[in-house]
Write a protein that binds this ligand. Structure first.
Ligand code: DX5
Ligand code: ZN
Length: 217
């Protein structure tokens, strides 16, 4: 199934609860939550207290993207705050295998993210353990960037690899996704679509509906 995961990094934080309810009403399946530690990525964004307080606004899946070094230290905290899917960066985990195991042991869905320049080979041995692979289509750290074209080839390659190994993991894409390029990403094999600016700039409900029409086409 194709899912839309709007990134609240682009939301208006003064009315965050209201905007999350708008996403929910418009039919967006996930809420994408970008956690940045100011170390693995240059910026600092949001953490557990925020997730805990917006948990009351919606029953939609919380898709928590940890751009955090050694996230194994915080998995339990994010689970308790209300995460449903926890995605960690392969580049940020000394013990990626153990980190994935810990997420699964808590009964959550586990995702692994790759920066644009990180080869798929990096996740070869843990691919069968994860529920989702997040292909970063920009360098993580900021919203509102332009998609890096070569990452589309990587999505295609991953899709082929999953097919070959009969692996049903989701392919998520994140960064620079627009109504104009989402078709190309879906064709390449992505099925969980993150969009920040393209959802929150302008009319949220309208933007979500437009994305969902393309996702369901
Ligand atoms: C980037 C974040 C993205 C970001 C996407 O580091 O992981 O989720 O919010 O924002 P847009 O869609 O504006 O590129
Ligand atoms: Zn993200």
């Amino acid at each position: 199934m194709n899912c839309l995961s709007p990134s609240i990094l682009a939301a208006d934080f003064s009315i965050l609860g209201e905007q999350i309810r708008q996403l929910d009403d418009a039919g967006a399946q996930y809420v994408h939550i970008d956690v940045m530690d100011g170390d693995f990525v240059p910026s600092i964004s949001m953490g557990m207290p925020l997730i805990r307080s917006i948990r009351a606004c919606t029953d939609r899946m919380f898709d928590v993207h940890l751009m955090v070094r050694e996230p194994i230290r915080y998995l339990l905290d994010f689970a308790e705050a209300g995460a449903d899917i926890i995605t960690v960066h392969a580049e940020a985990c000394t013990h990626l295998d153990r980190t994935i195991d810990n997420i699964k042991e808590m009964g959550l869905l586990a995702g692994v993210a790759l920066n644009p320049s990180t080869p798929l080979e990096t996740i070869r041995y843990i691919l069968s353990k994860v529920d989702m692979v997040l292909i970063m289509t920009v360098n993580p750290g900021f919203g509102g960037q332009k998609l890096i074209p070569y990452t589309v080839d990587k999505i295609r390659e991953l899709k082929q690899l999953l097919k070959k190994t009969q692996n049903k993991a989701d392919i998520e894409v994140d960064g620079g996704v627009t109504l104009e390029n989402v078709g190309t990403l879906l064709d390449a094999g992505a099925n969980v679509i993150v969009a920040g600016s393209a959802v929150f700039q302008g009319e949220i409900s309208e933007n979500v509906s437009r994305f969902l029409n393309l996702l369901n086409a």
